[in-house]
Every structure is written in structure tokens, then in C-alpha cells.
Design a protein around this ligand. Structure first.
Ligand code: PBG
Length: 333
């Protein structure tokens, strides 16, 4: 490499045209997956207090709002149902109810917007009385293989409803293989599995648990016996490797910004379609600082999303999806 003064790094930065020509990464609307909280009933709309700008919507209102999202070009929604207390149980039967909220929402969205990708969350936490992602034994320990069988039923019910992508976020061992086998056996050969492969036991999920109403049930108990230790990164590669070998089409790292190093390693090592989840706590922090006037909210949002692209993400699950898509529509890249 040449050195100063023959090489002046600032030369290409001097004008807008050359900054654009030299730009290595870009964020586009095709990178955005929008997570949605779904309410039972009709004409229901609730703000999520800890996530300013995010609302829970009943299916009818969701269908209306989705017109805007489709018009903006957002490729996929990720659905998270809010389950009323009376439908929660020890064995999470509601998770695979063909007429459950997630299943109903999938059918309605696919009927109205056949081109829009619909992804569902495969995990039992919205449906268990204790808020854990699986079935617990007498000591409160989440039982892997019992849970796995129910996750298979849940994933199948989502595929039957028409989900394009099922996304196991539960971190049970062997669930990707079991779900893939069941999908194949039932002729859902093109149902995509996005595995929450490297999902950490993170405090950044707090606002999400408020949004789906599982934090009250979970109380002070943690998910450390199945979600990953934030101290680890080699282990993430092991998790991703297993999920790919079991049949995952897409893998995910979660949370997002605090784990960009993990995202980078996963993408560099495997080169498969790799996604990042900019989670509720990350969203809440940016919103809070922006509302206080401490940061420029729009700029920080776009910078944070671009950072995922730089670290190797093929796409980002983000509560900013609609805001970012609006900005991208009006900008010349
Ligand atoms: C449920 C699930 C969680 C998130 C996505 N799916 C919460 C958890 O594991 O406790 C978190 C998303 C977010 O914080 O935005 N299995």
C-alpha cells in the first residue's frame, strides 16, 4: 500500500459522488424483516410502553397496516402472538391450536398478501403459564425432548396455516432436525427454517417480554439453561454448525449490536444466509436516547442497521423496519 502523501485517504471522502462510489456496504429495504405483536379480538390497538412507536394490533388492523408495509417493499413480517392468560397452560396446548392467533394471522395475511413473506416464532413461552420456552419438570428445569415434540407440532401447524418461514427461537437441542423431518414427512418441502441458532440469555429482551405478556409469568427465573452464555462465541459456531446440518436454511444471531463479532464469525465461517435480530432492548435504548434529545434518532437507526450489513448480515429483524424503509424510499443511495 502506498503511503502519505501519494495516498491521501481523505481524497475519496471529499465529495458526495466519490463517497457513494467507494461505499462498501448498503442497506436496502430488502434487508428488513418486521416483527409484529398480534392481539386477539377485533379493532384492538395497544401501545407497547417500553417500545415507543411499537403497537400490538388485532388481525383486522394488522391487515390494514400491512398494506403500507407491502407498499414500502418490506419482504417479510415476523409474527408474535399475545396470548390471553386463560389460554396458557403447563403443556402449552395453545401453541399448536390450528385456530390459534398465530395460525389465524398467518392465514389472513397470506390470503390478502400472497407475495409477502410470513415468518412465525416456534417456542412455547407465549403459551406456558410460567413463561419458559418449553415444558418444565418439578424442579422448573425445561425438558428438552418433551418440549421438542411440542415444537414439532407447533411448527407443523404454522406450515399448515401457510407460514413461509418457521423460526424456532427456543434453543432446545435437536429441534431443527425434528422439525425438518416432520415438514418433509408432511410434504412441506419448501417451508423455510430460520434457526435462532446463536441466541443468548440476554437482558436485552426485557421490552419484548412486556410486549407479549410473558415477563409477569417468567418473574425472576432465567433462560440460562437453554439460551447461550454471553461470554461465549466458539459455542455459537458449534450451534450454527448443528443447525445447518439438521436442515436450517437460514441462521440467526441474537441480540444484534452487542453480538456483531459473533455475526461476523458465523458469516465468515459458514457463508450461509445469516440474519441478525436487533432486539427490543436495543430498540428501546435508541428510542429513549432519541426522545431525550441525546442522539439523532434517525441517524443512529440507519447507522446501526448498516453496521449489521458490514458485519455480514443478509438481513435484519428490526422494529425500525418501517421507519427505515420510509427513509430509504426517499433517499438516493
Ligand atoms: C421467544 C422470543 C424472545 C424474543 C424473540 N422470541 C424472547 C425470549 O427469548 O425471552 C426476543 C425478541 C426481542 O427482544 O425483541 N422465544
Amino acid at each position: 500500500m502506498r503511503s502519505f502523501p501519494s495516498s491521501r485517504m481523505r481524497r475519496l471522502r471529499a465529495k458526495d459522488f466519490s463517497r457513494r462510489l467507494a461505499r462498501e456496504n448498503t442497506l436496502t429495504t430488502a434487508d428488513l424483516i418486521y416483527p409484529i405483536f398480534v392481539l386477539p379480538g377485533e379493532n384492538q390497538r395497544e401501545a407497547v410502553e417500553s417500545m415507543p412507536g411499537v403497537e400490538r394490533l388485532s388481525v383486522d388492523l394488522l391487515l390494514e397496516a400491512a398494506e403500507h408495509w407491502v407498499a414500502l417493499g418490506i419482504p417479510m413480517l415476523a409474527l408474535f402472538p399475545v396470548t390471553p392468560l386463560e389460554l396458557k397452560s403447563e403443556m402449552a396446548e395453545e401453541a399448536y391450536n390450528p385456530n390459534g392467533l398465530a395460525q389465524v394471522a398467518v392465514r389472513a395475511l397470506k390470503a390478502k398478501f400472497p407475495q409477502l413473506g410470513i415468518m412465525t416464532d416456534v417456542a412455547l413461552d407465549p403459551f406456558t403459564t410460567h413463561g419458559q420456552d418449553g415444558i418444565i419438570d418439578d424442579n422448573g428445569y425445561v425438558m428438552n425432548d418433551v418440549t421438542k415434540e411440542i415444537l414439532v407440532k407447533q411448527a407443523l401447524s404454522h406450515a399448515e396455516a401457510g407460514a413461509d418461514v418457521v423460526a424456532p427461537s427456543d434453543m432446545m437441542d435437536g429441534r431443527i432436525g425434528a422439525i425438518r423431518e416432520a415438514l418433509e414427512a408432511h410434504d412441506f418441502i419448501n417451508t423455510i427454517i430460520m434457526a435462532y441458532s446463536a441466541k443468548y440469555a440476554s437482558a436485552f429482551y426485557g421490552p419484548f417480554r412486556d410486549a407479549v405478556g410473558s415477563s409477569g409469568n417468567l418473574g425472576k427465573s432465567s433462560k440460562e439453561t437453554y439460551q447461550m452464555d454471553p461470554a461465549n462465541s466458539n459455542e455459537a459456531l458449534h450451534e450454527v454448525e448443528l443447525d445447518i446440518s439438521e436442515g436450517a436454511d437460514m441462521v440467526m444471531v441474537k441480540p444484534g449490536m452487542p453480538y456483531l463479532d459473533v455475526l461476523w464469525r458465523v458469516k465468515q465461517t459458514f457463508g450461509v444466509p445469516t440474519y441478525a435480530y436487533q432486539v427490543s432492548g436495543e430498540y428501546a435504548m435508541q428510542k429513549a436516547a432519541s426522545q431525550n434529545g441525546w442522539i439523532d434518532g434517525e441517524k443512529v437507526m440507519m447507522e446501526s442497521l448498516l453496521a449489521f450489513k458490514r458485519a455480514g448480515a443478509d438481513g435484519i429483524l428490526t422494529y425500525f423496519a418501517v421507519d427505515a424503509a420510509r427513509l430509504l424510499k426517499n433517499s438516493t443511495l
